[in-house]
Design a protein around this ligand. Structure first.
Ligand SMILES: *[C@@H]1O[C@H](CO)[C@@H](O)[C@H](O)[C@H]1NC(C)=O
Ligand SMILES: *[C@@H]1O[C@H](CO)[C@@H](O)[C@H](O)[C@H]1NC(C)=O
Ligand SMILES: *[C@@H]1O[C@H](CO)[C@@H](O)[C@H](O)[C@H]1NC(C)=O
Ligand SMILES: *[C@@H]1O[C@H](CO)[C@@H](O)[C@H](O)[C@H]1NC(C)=O
Ligand SMILES: *[C@@H]1O[C@H](CO)[C@@H](O)[C@H](O)[C@H]1NC(C)=O
Length: 521
């Protein structure tokens, strides 16, 4: 089949792509086939009770049985790499001591080359690693999974915990021969008292013959500079594997929304696998390129979901995003003092001390808009309502001003608001956020703005921009039913970051610029 196609290419010499067959699947040149599995893990009914290693292995074995089925299914579809979620094998809600029987021994050393499937006798307490390694080997596929690991330490080590061992939340990567090629220990733990933070951040990459090097990190890490951003910067990583156990939080931090934003912001591919526990708000996995996403988000159904997609390898060094973002700061100059235009192409500025937050127009009538405060994601946002058919709005807080030009393509009676937040987020983690957000409110009163909303019908054409002080901006575009759309355009212009979109594919839930100002954490 492939042979004839390649043959045809040569004969006709009109094909732009050549094809090769990977396990029965025709694969485009410069592309690879990736798989992620959203897993509903079988959880321990009493995670705080101490069990023996055998019982722990039995429970984890049931999850690994499901992993094995999915590896076979993915390989059959031509996948060259598969990623499993954080906590998928052992579960969660353990204490430091009750998780112990679930931990495999992993040597975090690059000098030791080890194939757990072929050399199981080298280390004790490595049953989980052995099974994963054998799945990779048997199915000739790169495999990434997350498990709990232990590493004994000496009392002479000043960081060594009092019980004489480190316990890490660890990602492991195996090549298609079952060789353990990378281990990454989660750096930004999310209230995981069973685990230790590694003394130094791991920057872990592994090489593949089909897409070059992959970097990896875990869940909450995605919000921080170390190691995620630094890894991408230092190693020029273009492919990321990302096991996660993410609780969705609307309107700005649902799993698929932020995963896509990370891929677009850094112009990388991300293979993101979440666990599936809708009662805990956990769902949302996908395979993301900077311009296209294959996602799964399902708050209703039970069971797992395998996503397989063929995506292009990112090889071209895109005009370096981070560097060009840094340059904008050097050009920062004082904003002008008089209002000239709300068009981003001209200098963006409003009259100093202007009382109103903006204007909405309805058949020539102009309305002045009230400012109000509402809690969004536990942060005190300053907002203005988005009224009327079209208008121009500005709203500021601290040093950040956000601007919106909008036109409602489909008028509905839904309330939207433009909000700004520039401050330290302190609930469920401490991190500094600069955000400009156009959101659909929960109801028709101002106090509902910032609430979690999942459906919308209004279509709004918009340009949203802000004078952010950080180069790290994650553009969010979430539409009705937790679907995603891509902006028509985004980037820096006149020292402002902007995003614009005409005609979202369905009703608008959130359009936002979520900036992370890492230095101020
Ligand atoms: C784990 O803990 C969370 C929060 O403490 C709780 O809501 C959840 O029900 C627990 N899950 C399990 C499976 O025990
Ligand atoms: C594994 O454990 C057994 C029993 O405790 C011990 O005899 C053996 O030396 C250990 N092997 C390794 C490689 O540590
Ligand atoms: C939100 O911030 C405003 C302005 O600083 C303040 O007046 C208001 O009390 C704050 N609201 C809450 C709930 O903290
Ligand atoms: C953003 O714009 C506002 C209004 O012009 C200005 O007061 C503020 O200083 C600007 N922030 C930065 C960081 O330049
Ligand atoms: C979006 O709509 C605005 C206003 O209707 C228009 O000026 C602009 O050219 C449109 N942009 C695109 C990319 O179609």
């Amino acid at each position: 089949m492939a042979y004839t196609m390649v043959d045809l290419c040569w004969k006709l010499s009109v094909c732009f792509f050549c094809y090769q067959v990977v396990l029965g699947r025709v694969k485009k040149e410069g592309h690879y086939v990736a798989a992620v599995y959203e897993h509903e893990s079988i959880l321990s009914p009493n995670p705080t009770v101490l069990v023996d290693r055998q019982s722990a292995l039995e429970l984890m074995g049931r999850n690994l049985d499901i992993y094995e089925e999915q590896v076979v299914a993915a390989a059959r579809q031509g996948a060259q790499i598969i990623v499993f979620p954080e906590d998928g094998i052992h579960g969660f809600n353990f204490t430091r001591s009750s998780i112990y029987p679930y931990l495999d021994f992993v040597l975090h050393s690059r000098s030791v080359k080890w194939n757990p499937c072929r050399e199981p006798y080298l280390f004790n307490d490595t049953e989980v690693l052995q099974r994963l390694s054998c799945m990779a080997l048997k199915n000739k596929i790169f495999l990434v999974a997350n498990l709990g690991t232990k590493q004994p330490c000496e009392y002479t080590d000043p960081h060594c915990p009092t019980d004489g061992r480190y316990q890490f939340n660890t990602n492991v990567a195996f090549n298609d021969d079952g060789m353990l090629v990378a281990t990454y220990r989660k750096h930004n733990l999310y209230f995981e008292y069973a685990f230790d933070t590694p003394p130094e951040p791991d920057y872990e990459v592994f090489d593949t013959p089909f897409a070059g090097k992959f970097g990896m990190f875990t869940c909450f890490d995605i919000l921080f500079f170390e190691p995620a951003v630094n890894l991408i910067r230092r190693y020029n990583v273009k492919q990321v594997v990302y096991p996660t156990a993410w609780m969705n939080q609307l309107p700005l931090l649902s799993a698929v929304e932020f995963q896509q934003a990370f891929a677009t912001a850094f112009k990388v591919n991300i293979l993101a696998a979440n666990i599936h526990h809708p009662t805990l708000g956990m769902t949302g996995s996908g395979i993301y390129t900077p311009v296209k996403s294959f996602i799964y988000h399902n708050m209703e159904g039970h069971g797992g979901k395998l996503i397989v997609a063929e995506i292009p390898v990112i090889t071209i060094d895109y005009e370096n995003n981070l560097e060009s973002n840094k340059r904008f700061r050097e050009n920062l100059h004082h904003s002008c003092k008089t209002f000239t235009s709300t068009s981003l192409d001209d200098q963006v500025c409003f009259k100093e001390g202007e009382e109103t937050a903006g204007r909405a127009s309805e058949k020539g009538k102009e309305q002045l808009l009230p400012l109000f405060y509402a809690e969004m994601m536990y942060d005190n946002f300053t907002l203005v309502p988005v009224w009327g058919r079209k208008g121009e709005l500005q709203v500021c807080a601290n040093t950040l001003c956000c601007y919106l030009n909008y036109r409602r393509a489909v008028l509905t009676d839904e309330l939207y608001a433009l909000g700004v937040f520039d401050g330290l987020h302190t609930v469920h983690g401490t991190y500094y956020v600069q955000a400009c957000a156009l959101v659909k409110c929960g109801g028709l009163s101002f106090s509902t703005c910032g609430q979690e909303v999942t459906d919308a019908t209004a279509l709004i054409d918009f340009q949203l921009w802000g004078n952010m002080s950080t180069p790290y901006i994650f553009p969010l575009l979430l539409t009705s039913g937790i679907t995603l759309d891509f902006a028509d355009d985004m980037g820096w212009k006149n020292n402002h970051y902007y995003i614009s979109k005409n005609r979202t594919s369905s009703g608008l839930l959130t359009a936002a610029l979520y900036g992370r100002w890492y230095e101020k954490d």
